[in-house]
Design a protein around this ligand. Structure first.
Ligand code: PXL
Length: 453
């Protein structure tokens, strides 16, 4: 369970496209396990192609929102984004100081398209806000505007960071989207460079996401250097996960990474629980082939073996039981993993499989369960093919309905094999256990010999 986390506050503009601003900040706070509260300074009408209009809210409305959230939620940290006017900056500063809330200033000035998100005359008021901040996170252009220093090298960035720290912020981070991906972190005259490299992916909202992740990490108690590293990692994953939505610059995806991680965890749990059930099953050793067995399950949308979890070694027969040798991990099974990937190309819901021993009694048990069986012959396999991929694909193509079971009768030096397919590892193991019980009963009382009658 997550430790109890306080609320975090964002004071920023709304981005109707959901990529930057308040929307980016709230998603980033949520991804770090925080409840986010928000004060909207301006409503931007925008999409991936640009900003169509900006409606700044009256500073009284901003002050009302600030009072509402600060008086009740007691945020442990705040961050500011698009503030637009001097008047808004002043009410924000007054409130944060009144409630003694530490804050990060992301000195947002312009959108990627060049549209101003801070009025020209508001720069000096923004500087006074920076003077009370725990951290300020300008990009190269914002740092240039605030310091008057042209930044073309990491040395220029260092000079600008020193000048910014003289404004009074505890820490300065010049973010590196325009500095070969390197961020410069300065605190109490200690300088650290956080390397990152330039990444492939949509970047709209990257600055907001970075400063929100920094805020969350500071609120979790990390120092500025660790927070900067963690925030860089978070925004890098969000850029990598960006998807083309709309027709222009893709927004970063703050939650996809967290959701993917959660799904991978669920898959690991599902496979390990299924393996345990198989090991506890008294009749199941009869299903284990000479070459061993494996159970695989993939995350949704899987496209490579790294997206499929299974037993690192294999499942063998030991003391009359099925027994897994090795841990459950992603990328652990190439044979059964390939079957799953091939089956998913026909039906995304068939994301799990297990190979079991081929024998007339086991095939008969499968038939008695009214499962749809399909087969392939290794003799038909064209040279240079991956057998598992080809066999599975071939079986799907020749089958009228989607197969539950695909088997082959072996070949020279190749053991015959049955593969069970299912919607998840439990589904597959349910079938395996039922088949093993039928085989056990049909031989009259469950004694497990090495071979079928
Ligand atoms: O990324 C800066 C930014 C911040 N806030 C809002 C924005 C943008 C960029 O477009 O729209 C509301």
């Amino acid at each position: 369970m997550l430790m109890k986390r306080s609320s975090l506050l964002t004071i920023a503009g709304s981005d109707s496209g959901g990529g930057a601003g308040v929307q980016a900040d709230l998603k980033t706070f949520a991804a770090h396990g925080f409840h986010g509260v928000s004060v909207i300074t301006a409503v931007t009408s925008q999409n991936t192609l640009g900003i169509q209009s900006i409606l700044p809210l009256d500073e009284e409305v901003v002050a009302d929102q600030l009072e509402s959230v600060c008086s009740d939620f007691e945020p442990s940290f705040a961050k500011t984004g698009m503030l637009y006017t001097s008047e808004t900056i002043e009410v924000v500063r007054d409130c944060l100081l009144k409630y003694d809330i530490p804050f990060v200033v992301d000195p947002v000035m312009k959108a990627e398209t060049g549209r101003r998100l801070l009025l020209k005359g508001a720069l000096s008021t923004l500087e006074s806000l920076i003077g009370s901040a725990s951290a300020v996170t300008p990009n190269k252009f914002e740092a240039e505007e605030l310091t008057g220093i042209t930044i073309e090298s990491i040395d220029d960035a260092r000079a600008a960071a020193l000048k910014l720290s003289e404004m009074g912020a505890d820490s300065v981070i010049i973010t590196g989207g325009h500095l070969d991906g390197r961020d410069l972190v300065l605190r109490d005259s200690v300088l650290e460079v956080v390397d990152g490299g330039l990444l492939e992916g949509g970047t709209h909202g990257a600055g907001c996401t970075y400063s929100a992740a920094l805020t969350a990490n500071l609120a979790l108690g990390s120092d500025i250097f660790r927070s900067a590293r963690m925030a860089k990692r978070f925004v890098s994953e969000a850029i990598r996960s960006s998807r083309r939505v709309g027709h222009g610059v893709a927004p970063v995806a703050q939650l996809d990474w967290a959701i993917r991680d959660a799904e991978r965890y669920t898959v690991l749990e599902s496979v390990s629980h299924a393996v345990r059930r198989l090991e506890e099953c008294e009749e199941c050793a009869v299903l284990i082939p000479e070459v061993g067995s494996n159970i695989a399950m993939a995350v949704s949308g899987a496209s490579r073996l790294g997206d499929v979890a299974g037993v690192e070694g294999r499942i063998i027969k030991l003391h009359g039981r099925a027994h897994a040798v090795g841990c459950i991990a992603f990328g652990a099974t190439s044979h059964v993993g390939r079957i799953v990937l091939a089956a998913m190309r026909f039906d995304q819901s068939l994301c799990s499989a297990m190979n079991i021993r081929h024998s007339p009694a086991i095939l008969d048990a499968c038939r008695r369960l009214n499962l749809h069986l399909e087969s392939f012959s290794r003799e038909d396999e064209p040279p240079g093919e991956q057998t598992m991929e080809w066999g599975t694909t071939h079986a799907f193509k020749k089958s009228r309905e989607k197969p539950d079971i695909i088997y082959d009768t072996g070949g020279v030096g190749k053991e015959a094999m049955i593969r069970l397919l299912g919607r998840d590892a439990h589904d597959v193991v349910d079938r395996a256990i039922t088949i093993a019980k039928i085989v056990g009963e049909s031989r009259g009382g469950g004694g497990l010999g090495e071979s079928d009658p």
